[in-house]
Design a protein around this ligand. Structure first.
Ligand SMILES: *Cc1c(COP(=O)(O)O)cnc(C)c1O
Length: 366
């Protein structure tokens, strides 16, 4: 019997999932990011339709009043959840839990005090020389541990940005020469179309004191189809451009995700990864080692490991600083230095990020 390669096995499983649960979709539909966005699961019934659920998952999906934010998963992401057992690690990142309704001690709806640090609609300044531009409130999938659950998917209040919002943010940036670094995030800016994104990048690039433009996105992990040749060509025009990706578990490092990263790297865009330390999902040495080594293999540098911030309703997903430090001590000497991220904590109220590690020497002499 001939041996099936891992990427052939992935393609076979993915096609089987598509044919079973989205029988009207051709392979070309599945490969089309707009089809993926249009066919996102947004209701409990749509999740339950394709996933055999555990009692815990079923209870939470039946109690929408307990959700801290809306539901969303692309068919592609659902195919990854379907490959796991009920209660599996990726499932915990996208399927709610009834504990989301509990607000723990010290938890806040706006844990980083972003409302207080907004200098224009969707433009946040917590540091003297860098600004965070929230280009949209929408994401391909909604991570249950989101810092910005209060705005995720909303088109009112902090709203999905409009061109007039962009104009106000850009006007503030033009008259604030201290800002040399702009991080375009959201929501997920790569859920925007190429034209809107290009307009924003061109406007930022035209501001002479902005030296560095970065994009923060989870797209390669949850909707890798979005990274089309046209998008890569467009982004290439606006270099120097860096990207912070958001892979949280080695199961997200699929051949499709690797291809999306390769396309961005070919366009000359350096790729970094930010991950959140999540209880029962990635807060063990073996998972973190496989995640970070896997990222290096597809050309992505592990940048930050975040201690979960004090977002309301996330206590059940938050790991501990002690656990994070133990994992970092374990990684030192066990793996390539490139595979070791900085362990960071974003201070409540918007005081900025502080490093919590690496530190310690446990494996260094091995
Ligand atoms: C994290 C963050 C940045 C970027 O921080 P780096 O540590 O430079 O990656 C910028 N602005 C805000 C508000 C942030 O939270």
């Amino acid at each position: 019997m001939s041996q099936e390669t891992p990427s052939k096995a992935f393609a076979r499983r993915e096609a089987a999932f598509r044919k079973r649960w989205f029988p009207a979709a051709a392979a070309a539909d599945w490969a089309d990011w707009r089809w993926q966005l249009r066919h996102r699961a947004r209701t409990a019934a749509e999740f339950a339709r394709v996933l055999p659920l555990s009692p815990r998952e079923r209870r939470a999906l039946a109690a929408p009043a307990s959700w801290r934010m809306p539901l969303a998963a692309t068919p592609y992401a659902l195919s990854l959840l379907a490959a796991e057992a009920p209660d599996g690690p990726l499932r915990r990142t996208l399927i709610p839990d009834v504990r989301e309704a509990r607000v723990g001690k010290g938890e806040l709806r706006d844990p980083l005090g972003e409302a207080a640090h907004a200098v224009a609609p969707g433009l946040i300044r917590s540091y003297p020389h860098k600004a965070l531009l929230l280009a949209t409130a929408d994401c391909a999938c909604f991570c249950r541990y989101c810092t910005r659950a209060r705005t995720a998917g909303k088109s009112t209040c902090d709203k999905t940005r409009t061109d007039p919002d962009d104009a106000q943010a850009l006007a503030w940036l033009r008259r604030t020469p201290e800002i040399r670094d702009v991080l375009v995030s959201g929501g997920d800016p790569l859920t925007l179309g190429d034209a809107r994104l290009e307009k924003l990048l061109k406007s930022l690039r035209a501001i002479p004191h902005i030296e560095l433009i970065r994009i923060g996105t989870k797209i390669p992990a949850v909707l890798p189809q979005r990274v089309t040749p046209a998008l890569a060509r467009m982004l290439k025009q606006h270099r120097p451009l860096w990207m912070s990706l958001h892979f949280t578990h080695p199961s997200e490092l699929t051949p499709r995700a690797a291809a999306a990263c390769a396309r961005l790297l070919d366009a000359g865009i350096p790729l970094m990864n930010q991950t959140v330390l999540l209880r029962g999902i990635n807060d063990d040495l073996d998972t973190m080692r496989r995640l970070n080594e896997g990222l290096l293999k597809i050309g992505v540098k592990p940048y930050y490991l975040h201690q979960g911030d004090l977002a309301a309703g996330t206590a059940h997903l938050r790991s501990t600083v002690a656990k994070g430090r133990e994992i970092l001590r374990g990684l030192c000497g066990l793996t390539t230095g490139y595979a070791i991220p900085l362990f960071m904590f974003d201070r409540p109220g918007g005081g900025g990020k502080v490093p919590l590690g690496p530190g310690g020497t446990r494996n260094q002499r091995k």
